[in-house]
Write a protein that binds this ligand. Structure first.
Ligand SMILES: C[S@@+](CC[C@H](N)C(=O)[O-])C[C@H]1O[C@@H](n2cnc3c(N)ncnc32)[C@H](O)[C@@H]1O
Length: 228
């Protein structure tokens, strides 16, 4: 298992504390059930956010990161504070306001992030500028359980080939897929619409995390190997 010490800049612990304080401030203005739950459980950064950040630092350093469905955006905050150029997409107005507050606070606290941290308000992929598609970019989807239609799922999958790499959770993509059959169907659809090398990620297996290196992005993804 990877350790947090592999985050060379800002540690997950430091960011988790910073983010819990930000959640407190944001919830004082606007209530949010999901983040209230995290605050009450003291989860500044979830296990998968910590593991993914380590994976990015170790294997995907230098890439830009586009995170679709960021919520308040703690994971891109951690990546930005560790030197990544990041962008987040969020379609819920209140969550976006929280994400904006977090972005401002991060840029003040860790000036390295300033000017390297963008937000797009609206539904992925419609609202993302064309310069945020490309082979130097990793598309990241964590928990995006949000009642997507089949049409939106396919629209999102159709963008995968435009990136050097894509990280997603087969269990939490658009809606919850608990069974192996449901996850298999999703993976088959992804492989037919966005062919490439698909690997399970060595991080929080319960969410069925995967790394896809799309065929046309295979050059850019060549050193994005996993330990499995
Ligand atoms: C359950 S929250 C989780 C936030 C974060 N991904 C995480 O893992 O902690 C999912 C968020 O994704 C957003 N979302 C879902 N589908 C989206 C889309 N297509 N474009 C932008 N935001 C989306 C929702 O508004 C919601 O804030």
């Amino acid at each position: 298992m990877m350790s947090e010490s592999r985050l060379q800049g800002v540690s997950a612990e430091e960011m988790a504390e910073f983010f819990l304080d930000m959640i407190r401030q944001i919830l004082a203005v606007d209530e949010d059930k999901f983040y209230r739950g995290r605050l009450e459980q003291g989860i500044g950064l979830s296990i998968y956010e910590r593991r993914l950040a380590e994976f990015f630092v170790e294997r995907l350093a230098g890439r830009r990161v586009l995170h679709a469905g960021i919520g308040f955006g703690p994971l891109i905050a951690l990546l930005a504070a560790n030197g990544f150029e990041v962008a987040g997409v969020e379609r819920d107005k209140r969550r976006m306001q929280g994400a904006e507050r977090l972005m401002q606070a991060i840029s003040q606290r860790w000036p390295l992030a300033k000017g390297r941290y963008r937000l797009f308000f609206g539904t992925y992929p419609d609202v993302v500028d064309s310069d945020w598609f490309g082979e130097d970019i990793v598309l990241l989807l964590t928990n995006v359980v949000s009642g997507w239609s089949r049409e939106l799922e396919d629209k999102v999958i159709a963008t995968f080939s435009r990136f050097g790499a894509v990280i997603f959770f087969a269990r939490l993509f658009g809606h919850i897929r608990e069974t192996a059959e449901e996850q298999k169907e999703l993976l088959a659809r992804i492989q037919s619409m966005a062919p490439g090398r698909l690997e399970p990620l060595p991080t929080v297996p319960v969410n069925a995390p995967y790394l896809l290196l799309p065929e046309r992005g295979s050059g850019a993804g060549a050193h994005a190997t996993t330990t499995e």
